[in-house]
Design a protein. Structure first.
Length: 143
């Protein structure tokens, strides 16, 4: 019997330095590892993950200090099943053949920590809903 293909979800925004990094980190922390994985990317990747995002994610035990923004390329998109864009409007990427969703989330760059926490919790709840809907949630994880 052939092995089941790994489901891949791409979380994409323009700079890949905030929302998409948070979404991929929550997804990979909460997903059943045999069912799916997430990557994040941007159309115009920034130099680094925003410091306010690093701080907000650190508060919930997720270390993004080693994360580096990357460009959304055809190679990265190959084999993916989902593309979830992060409220980037006309700048959002389009990849033919993928299931699509758009999460209209505020960009956390330069926002006060209280606002970044709110965005983080919005991202977490959307990731939980996706994992639950697709049957990919790892019931042993609670991040």
């Amino acid at each position: 019997m052939p092995a089941e293909r790994m489901n891949t979800v791409i979380f994409a925004c323009v700079h890949n330095a905030g929302r998409s990094q948070m979404a991929a980190a929550f997804f990979n922390a909460l997903v059943h590892p045999d069912k799916a994985r997430a990557v994040s990317a941007g159309t115009q990747p920034g130099e680094r993950v925003h410091p306010e995002v690093l701080a907000a994610m650190s508060e919930v035990g997720i270390d993004l200090s080693g994360a580096k923004p990357q460009r959304l390329t055809d190679e990265l998109a190959q084999g993916a099943q989902w593309l979830i864009t992060m409220g980037c409007g006309d700048a959002c990427p389009y990849v033919p053949g993928l299931k699509r969703d758009d999460w209209p989330l505020e960009d956390p760059k330069g926002k006060p920590v209280e606002r970044v926490r709110g965005i983080r919790e919005d991202v977490r709840s959307r990731v939980m809903a996706l994992l639950t809907r697709e049957g990919w949630l790892n019931s042993k994880r609670t991040t």
